[in-house]
Ligand binder design. Structure first.
Ligand SMILES: [Zn+2]
Length: 269
């Protein structure tokens, strides 16, 4: 998944209306599921495809979206396994619907199942991306200690990997998001700037969306978060302009300057 695609998916988890969807706010079910019950519908490919569309229809009622999203995910996994592209798509849509409806604990379970399958597949690059998604889902559910554990593991694997498996942007932004949401603004800035050279390829569109996502994570993080907060961190971290300034500085970081103490001190949120 591209960085822009990943950012859009995580942005939808915090602000569902903030990212344009290809599925309009339609209310009527697509033909493939019309007249069917999501509890008893057959797990046929065309029904699964229509169920995914139904779950994405922002204008449909919440229960219908949830039930068809669950149907699509379970039926696809039963039919093709967790790592089939249709199952991955269904899992992503189902996770989004669950999160929109504040069923974030169930959204974590979807991510956990995907991570287990990705780990089993033996592809470290895919598994690293999956662990980032799992950490973000845990964080969204307010399981901040566990999210932090996952991010520590992600960063350790990434630093030990050749060329960071090419997942630098996702890894560093996920780490920054987890830290920032918990009010650890300085640590979030450091996560971005310490290895800022790896973010140099992010274009302006990605940087703007990343900045909006980081600010939105801070503003919408569960209030029951128990992590120790930096004084004033929440206020400063809720402004996307501050994050954009940090990311803009990262793009100006020359290759080879990452992981240096000098870079680590540039943060200004
Ligand atoms: Zn937290």
């Amino acid at each position: 998944m591209s960085t822009l695609g990943w950012l859009r998916s995580v942005m939808r988890l915090v602000e569902p209306r903030a990212v344009a969807s290809s599925v309009r706010a339609a209310t009527g079910p697509p033909a493939g599921v019309a007249g069917l019950d999501p509890i008893t519908a057959p797990a046929d490919p065309e029904v699964i495809a229509a169920a995914i569309i139904r779950a994405r229809q922002s204008g449909a009622d919440a229960e219908s979206r949830l039930l068809w999203g669950r149907f699509a995910y379970r039926a696809a996994v039963r039919r093709w396994g967790l790592l089939h592209p249709v199952s991955v798509r269904a899992g992503s849509v189902y996770q989004r619907v669950l999160t929109e409806q504040a069923l974030t604990f169930d959204a974590v379970r979807v991510c956990e199942q995907r991570l287990a399958a990705d780990e089993e597949s033996g592809d470290p690059r895919t598994a690293l991306a999956s662990r980032c998604r799992f950490a973000v889902a845990l964080h969204r559910d307010g399981q901040c200690d566990l999210a932090d554990e996952q991010i520590v593991g992600v960063l350790r694997r990434w630093h030990a990997s050749p060329q960071g498996y090419g997942q630098a942007e996702m890894v560093l932004l996920a780490a920054a998001g987890v830290y920032a949401g918990c009010g650890r603004t300085g640590q979030a800035v450091q996560a971005l700037t310490r290895d800022g050279a790896y973010l140099a390829q992010m274009d302006a569109r990605c940087r703007r969306l990343a900045a909006r996502w980081l600010a939105s994570v801070v503003r919408t993080h569960p209030r029951w978060c128990t992590q120790p907060h930096n004084p004033g961190g929440q206020d400063r971290g809720g402004d996307s302009g501050n994050w954009l300034a940090v990311l803009d500085r990262c793009t100006a970081t020359p290759r080879g300057a990452g992981q240096t103490a000098g870079v680590a001190r540039r943060g200004g949120v």
